[in-house]
Design a protein. Structure first.
Lengths: 300, 512
């Protein structure tokens, strides 16, 4: 363990020991419990401090391989078309918000469109920027995916929080080993999601996480558009809706139907996902390597 | 948004990469199938010959109208029927060596069908028949093609001769029938005439024509007669009038001349003498006498008319005009007499003919019928005889091969190289199809699949913006699998091409 890491751990330990600060940056405090949502006076200093604290992950950061394994982009791959596409998408959403943070619902037009992939990477793209943070909420109870990013998949999530009044918000906001990227997993309970979404607690949750940090973008990984009841409720909670259609999977009619369901103001657009791409693996080398003749005079 | 062709091509390549296993599989499969086909495809050798069926030769213009040459177009049209006919096919079976194994009737049928399939008969140009035969054995291809040409010519000539002969026989038979009819009707006529001597085979039409002719002649002659009579009367009138005028003119003229003379002499005398001179008085008296005589002469014509024509004096008789008129008058008189005689003769003939017509109408009607039949039969018989002679000449033309001629324009030669698709066709076809088929299938799928493949089309079609088109993100695991898979696919492709190349080389070296 390096000296820096030791120092970080020590600092973390000290913070844990301090009363009221043991829950880290995303702890849920009194204003959320109360009926009046009074934003805390937040200065520049507080915000920067919070961000710096967010950077101090409780779990070690994922390396390049770990990220790739989870299908998450990283900023070093700036010339990868997929990374460019996500950065472009992120920029468009930020421009749409005009400096304000926002809640973005990502939903699949049909099952298997890869909406979780898009949501994850969109969140990762937000987190690329040192001035922004991303919180991803897994609202797809039928087919959750975020728990895979966590160390312990059985950690309490959104359903547990909504069901259990004693559970603190800080317990469900989890780091995933990516800087400035937190998640709320779906949780263990997965029945009747519509009821959870309509609850006041859910609304409060979204409001609190949004208002807490102005630079935090919240991405809701929603169910597919076939669960239209859930989508309608979730779209009430969010600012923007992004539909994900997969190349060669969705039909024009499906797109048409989904677009009709979402109110025009919130409808941001369609992300056309998983267009085939031939990877750059050195094709010239691949085809002609074996024919390279080594003559004795070339010296091997 | 319009999809550009290059976008489609790019997308096709990407799709092909996605379904690379299927694409490589189809490529290998197509090549395998076509290589197998190429190896097992039978080698066919084709021999062909062209036969010129010619009817334009030196004899035809000479025999125009006298002989009928067989129509070439019919013959070339029927060439296929002739060659595919059982008669020629049977002999081809013998000649090609198929009959050696003593095939049954059913086997023969199959063999003939197979030969027919390998034989093509086509009309190249108007009167050129091309026969092509394909066989696995080049020698037999040549033999059979030659035999086809030989038999076709033989059969064609025989058919032509038979046709001409049949035509001749038919015409001959007809001619004989009419000959018999004709002799029979002539016999009957003789019999009827024997019983009725007066009866002559004069047709009513002929008679009426003759009557009409005579009538016309009478009318014409009568008109001429009238004309001649008018002329004669006119001349007579002129002759009498001329005598009076001549006589009058002669005497008066003489007297006036005398008076003029005397008056001239009197005028001369008056220049020298008085009126009382005896010569002058005498002259005056003479003039007075002459004047009186002239007066009396002027009154004479009326006296002359009263006295009649007989008093024609000599001076009038001597006038040349008078003499000419007299001559013409006598000639006209002769003409009038001749015409009268002619009219009388014509009327006599007319009466005779009318008499004869009466006899015909009342005479033997049967004879007339017979005569008519006979005439008709004779005409037909003569026509048939002419036709028969033409047919006879046509037969001679055929015998001498002068009418319709068959000549081999291009003789069959021994085929050296096999015809039809060659092995390299299959090799290159396989390589091309191996690429085209999977890409074609992908293209078809892209066209008929309603699922969206081009994000660019969404905004216009569904009125919703496309925020991003995310290309596939290759995970390390996927790349690992891909890198494991690609050499296998590459091996399959390289091996397929190598097999094609090796087999082509072996085929070229005629090992296979």
């Amino acid at each position: 363990m390096s000296k820096i890491e030791k120092a970080l751990n020590k600092a973390r330990g000290e913070r844990h020991n301090r009363p009221g600060t043991e829950l880290g940056p995303d702890e849920d405090r009194e204003p959320i419990r109360g009926t009046a949502l009074i934003p805390e006076p937040r200065g520049e200093l507080v915000r920067l401090e919070d961000i710096s604290r967010m950077n101090q992950n409780e779990m070690p950061l994922l390396d390049a391989e770990g990220l790739s394994r989870h299908g998450i982009i990283r900023p070093e791959l700036f010339d990868d078309p997929a990374v460019q596409a996500f950065r472009d998408l992120r920029t468009k959403i930020m421009l749409q918000g005009q400096g304000e943070n926002g809640v973005v619902l990502v939903s699949a037009i049909s099952k298997g469109s890869g909406s979780s992939f898009v949501a994850q990477n969109l969140a990762a793209a937000f987190a690329f920027d040192a001035g922004n943070t991303a919180l991803m909420v897994d609202c797809n109870f039928r087919n959750p995916s975020l728990h895979r990013l966590l160390d312990d998949p059985s950690t309490p999530g959104l359903t547990d929080y909504l069901e259990n009044p004693d559970l603190d918000l800080s317990t469900i906001i989890r780091p995933v080993g990516i800087s400035r990227f937190r998640v709320i997993a779906a949780g263990r309970k997965r029945e009747i999601p519509a009821e959870y979404f309509t609850s006041a607690k859910m609304r409060r949750l979204i409001d609190s996480v949004r208002r807490r940090y102005m630079e935090r973008f919240i991405i809701l990984d929603g169910p597919s558009m076939s669960d239209i009841a859930d989508i309608r409720i979730l779209s009430e909670l969010c600012d923007y809706v992004i539909l994900v259609g997969r190349y060669g999977r969705v039909t024009g009619a499906q797109i048409e139907n989904c677009v009709k369901e979402i109110s025009g103001k919130k409808m941001l657009g369609v992300v056309f996902n998983d267009e085939p791409r031939i990877p750059q693996i050195g094709w010239r080398e691949f085809w002609f390597r074996q024919w390279r003749v080594r003559f004795p005079w070339t010296g091997g | 948004m319009q999809i550009h062709p290059e976008q489609i091509v790019r997308m096709l390549i990407k799709e092909a990469f996605v379904s690379r296993r299927v694409v490589v599989g189809v490529f290998v499969l197509v090549n395998g199938v076509l290589l197998a086909m190429g190896l097992t495809w039978p080698k066919f050798y084709a021999a062909s010959t062209s036969i010129l069926v010619e009817d334009r030769n030196i004899i035809q213009p000479l025999m125009q109208g006298a002989a009928v040459a067989t129509d070439v177009s019919d013959l070339t049209r029927n060439a296929r029927e002739l060659i595919y006919g059982r008669r020629i096919m049977d002999r081809i079976l013998d000649h090609g060596g198929w009959s050696e194994s003593q095939p049954s009737a059913v086997e023969q049928e199959f063999l003939i069908e197979a030969i027919k399939k390998r034989t093509t008969v086509s009309n190249v140009g108007r009167n050129l028949v091309k026969v092509e035969y394909r066989d696995t054995d080049p020698g037999r291809a040549l033999r059979v093609t030659q035999k086809f040409a030989e038999l076709f010519i033989q059969e064609g000539v025989a058919a032509r001769a038979a046709e001409t002969r049949a035509a001749y026989d038919f015409i001959d038979k007809q001619a004989k029938e009419y000959e018999a009819k004709l002799s029979q009707s002539e016999q009957e006529i003789r019999q009827v005439r024997g019983s009725n001597v007066d009866a002559r085979p004069v047709s009513e039409v002929e008679l009426s024509a003759r009557l009409a002719l005579l009538n016309a002649r009478v009318e014409t002659t009568t008109m001429e007669l009238r004309e001649a009579e008018i002329r004669r009367d006119s001349l007579q009138r002129q002759v009498s009038g001329e005598a009076d005028v001549t006589a009058g003119i002669t005497r008066e003229g003489q007297m006036r001349a005398r008076i003029g003379e005397l008056q001239a002499r009197l005028d001369t005398l008056r220049l020298s003498y008085l009126d009382t001179h005896p010569d002058t008085i005498q002259l005056k008296l003479q003039i007075q006498d002459l004047t009186k005589a002239l007066e009396s002469e002027r009154q004479r014509p009326s006296q002359g008319e009263r006295a009649g024509r007989g008093e024609m004096n000599e001076s009038a008789m001597n006038s040349p005009i008078y003499q000419q008129l007299r001559r013409e008058l006598s000639q006209t008189q002769v003409t009038v007499d001749a015409l009268k005689a002619r009219i009388a003769e014509s009327q006599r003939l007319l009466r005779e003919e009318a008499q004869r017509g009466k006899g015909l109408r009342s005479g033997d009607a049967r004879l007339a019928d017979l005569a008519r039949d006979n005439l008709l039969n004779r005409e037909i018989y003569q026509d048939l005889l002419r036709r028969r002679e033409r047919a006879r000449v046509s037969i001679s033309l055929d015998v001498d091969r002068q009418g319709l001629t068959f000549s081999i324009q291009e003789p069959a030669t021994l085929p050296q190289a096999p015809k039809g698709p060659r092995f390299w066709h299959f090799v290159f076809g396989g390589l091309a199809l191996g690429i085209l088929v999977p890409f074609g299938l992908l293209f078809v799928r892209m066209q008929i699949d309603p699922r969206v493949r081009f994000g660019e089309t969404i905004p216009k079609a569904h009125n919703v913006p496309v925020l991003a088109t995310i290309p596939h993100l290759w995970t390390p695991d996927e790349l690992k699998h891909l890198k494991a898979e690609l050499p296998v696919l590459k091996l399959a492709l390289v091996a397929t091409v190598a097999v094609c190349a090796i087999l082509s080389a072996l085929r070229m070296a005629q090992v296979l």
